[in-house]
Design a protein around this ligand. Structure first.
Ligand code: PMV
Length: 346
């Protein structure tokens, strides 16, 4: 068997963040989270998957470099088990060639777009059409990836079961519901983060005294945010987005040893947005596990927000990403898979 599948997917930006697992291997979260999928025309991962019985080992090539990737190796083990009944045998080796058009591991959710693109390719390889199943496959790679299997506005239901069968994403609304929203991204660092999200969130759950308070507060905030999306209530949404980003970075700082992803540029951006909002809420800042800011605003204000960000020292680049669609399959890039195998001498 030698089959090739190519898919593209995009990152999502969480309005209510996921930071903490209740099940480490199943990657089941402590709380529901809410996100907007970004437009793959601006930010995307393209992944080619080759399945072959004749390769000597699994092989991952990320942005042109061969990598040992612990998370991908672990996910493959879980996927092999889960898809065994559909023909993913222990003998089947995989080649994964993946490239992003944005910096990896810098708070732009590269793991979300990477694992959702791979889940899309895997689903095509093993005839998985059910969205819930696709979301679970992506989650087994990286939690936040399970939101990127859907377009528009998405809620990841945490579920309660230990096996994670009730932990997957559902769409709150398609992108057409609120096409005016955009994410204006300010790149303040292209470096890889010091503490990965997997290790960081584990440490927060284990040591932060504020963490239980965050989880408790989310009980109320999550339905409010879902309603703000359904009602297209920008003020409520923006206030909730900033509150949740502050809350997540608060429990990160409260972790032992403390985790700080924000830098001086992020701080200047927070102040600039607060000032911009003084005459009424027009934009919301939010940060993932990195210093790069995501400013959620409307298309008509994107230009103004972009120039405001460009004036801040340390901002290297500004991108505007509208709301996006679900991952897509492309024509299989067999030539890329074959070229890669040749390059590594397989
Ligand atoms: O990349 P993951 O799935 O290990 O988790 C990252 C979580 C945040 O990006 C920090 C928040 C979120 O909900 O996207």
């Amino acid at each position: 068997m030698e089959d090739v599948f190519t898919a593209i997917a995009s990152p999502n930006i969480a309005f209510i963040k996921y930071w903490g697992k209740r099940g480490n291997l199943a990657k089941t979260p402590m709380n529901d989270s809410i996100s907007m999928t970004l437009d793959p025309a601006v930010l995307r991962t393209e992944t080619t998957l080759m399945l072959s019985d004749s390769l000597p080992s699994d092989l991952f090539v990320l942005n042109g470099k061969q990598r040992e990737d612990e998370e991908l190796t672990e996910a493959l083990g879980l996927w092999r088990k889960r898809l065994a009944g559909k023909g993913f045998s222990d003998k089947t080796r995989v080649l994964v060639v993946s490239s992003n058009n944005f910096p990896i591991a810098s708070g732009i959710a590269s793991s979300a777009s990477g694992f959702s693109a791979l889940a899309e390719a895997l689903a095509a390889a093993f005839q998985v059409t059910d969205l819930k199943e696709k979301s679970i496959l992506a989650r087994l790679g990286s939690g936040s990836a399970c939101r990127s299997v859907l377009g528009g506005f998405v809620r990841w239901q945490k579920g309660n079961r230990d096996d994670g069968e009730d932990s997957y994403s559902v769409q709150i609304a398609p992108k057409e519901h609120w096409p005016e929203l955009v994410d204006v991204l300010a790149i303040a660092s292209k470096k890889e983060k010091k503490v990965g999200s997997r290790a960081g969130m584990k440490q927060t759950v284990a040591t932060s005294e504020l963490y239980p308070k965050r989880i408790e507060a989310l009980e109320k905030r999550i339905p409010e945010m879902e309603a703000a999306i359904r009602n297209k209530d920008f003020e409520k949404l923006a206030a909730g987005i900033m509150r949740d980003s502050n809350s997540m970075h608060g429990v990160m700082l409260d972790t032992e040893p403390p985790i700080l992803y924000l830098n001086d540029v992020s701080r200047d951006i927070i102040y600039a947005i607060c000032e911009y909002n003084q005459s009424g809420v027009k934009a919301a800042y939010t940060f993932d596990a990195g210093p790069n800011s995501h400013i959620i605003t409307t298309k008509e204000r994107a230009k103004e927000v972009k120039s405001l960000l460009k004036e801040i020292d340390g901002v290297m680049d500004v991108l505007v990403a509208p709301v996006g669609d679900a991952p897509k399959l492309l024509k299989p890039n067999t030539a890329l898979a074959e070229k890669t195998l040749k390059e590594v001498g397989m």
